[in-house]
Write a protein that binds this ligand. Structure first.
Ligand SMILES: Cc1cc2nc3c(=O)[nH]c(=O)nc-3n(C[C@H](O)[C@H](O)[C@H](O)COP(=O)(O)O)c2cc1C
Length: 265
């Protein structure tokens, strides 16, 4: 069952599907939920941006005038009650609110975007640089092939990350593609260890003034050709100067916050 909200009007859809229940918004009220018209407010009230309480009286009136449907609706309420989805006075049922994806930078879009990105599998890289004799490193999934003419990659680095300023100033970095056996390094290079301590794990060596992981899937040595700021991040274009890629093919695959390995279907 779905409650479709357009402007100040609500309508019941999928009335015979008693297994699902949600509110689908066609747009976001410009002046907040308080600006919703009285008609709509008698149908539903928002708990927060993601949940609303839908009036059972409104649902009974919006559904088909059919005693069977009403009986099935009461059964649905009986099932929802022990889950805490029916209000204490029995007057409203709780629903998840679905927002349109094109609603700019609303929190709902942020949540949906995060959820979408959790479905994007990636091989993390350890991005490293050396500045004034000190090594810096960070785990990143934003390393992407940019083009072959000239050979170049992208990496997006949060301006608050410890590697950001040294990388920006040094203008050179190495992208070390992680293998399935580098599980410990991912945590270390994403915050569990700090600064030089990150390099206490793994077989780190140096070439051309850049730290590289000897048994990485590949090491891509780059000089920064372009950089831009966008939002919280800097986008660095790395022009590829040298590459090592002779390890056995066994990339780490990062998906939904979990580390795994690649297998063909
Ligand atoms: C799998 C994974 C991928 C990440 N990708 C990026 C990335 O592409 N860009 C970025 O700025 N931070 C990324 N991070 C977060 C940084 O690794 C982490 O914030 C940073 O190392 C910690 O900052 P610090 O060096 O200041 O302690 C990623 C973290 C993980 C676990």
């Amino acid at each position: 069952m779905e409650v479709h909200v357009t402007g100040n009007a609500a309508a019941l859809a999928e009335a015979n599907d008693f297994k699902r229940f949600k509110v689908v918004m066609s747009d976001r009220p410009a002046a907040g939920f308080a600006s919703l018209g009285a008609d709509l407010r008698s149908a539903l009230t928002f708990d927060d941006a993601d949940t609303a309480w839908v009036s059972c009286t409104w649902l009974r009136a919006a559904g088909p005038a059919d005693p069977d449907w009403l009986a099935r609706f009461e059964l649905m309420l009986d099932k929802a009650r022990p889950m805490g989805w029916v209000s204490a006075d029995g007057a409203a049922i709780r629903a998840h609110v679905e927002w349109p994806l094109a609603a700019g930078d609303s929190p709902a879009v942020g949540d949906a975007f995060r959820k979408a990105m959790r479905r994007l599998a990636a091989t993390p890289c350890l991005v490293t640089t050396l500045r004034d004799g000190r090594r810096h490193g960070m785990a990143a999934t934003s390393v992407t092939s940019l083009c072959f003419e000239p050979p170049s990659i992208l990496v997006c680095v949060n301006t608050g990350a410890s590697i950001h300023d040294p990388l920006d100033a040094e203008g050179r970095f190495c992208a070390n593609l992680m293998g399935g056996a580098h599980s410990d390094l991912l945590g270390a290079f994403s915050g569990e260890l700090k600064g030089e301590a990150r390099f206490s794990l793994g077989d780190w060596r140096e070439e051309g003034g850049l730290p590289y992981l000897a048994d990485a899937q590949a090491n891509i040595f780059c000089s920064v050709a372009e950089r831009w700021r966008y939002g919280t991040h800097s986008i660095f274009v790395g022009q590829v100067e040298a590459v090592r890629a002779d390890a056995e093919l066994d990339p780490m695959v990062y998906l939904d916050g979990r580390k795994g390995r690649f297998a063909t279907a």
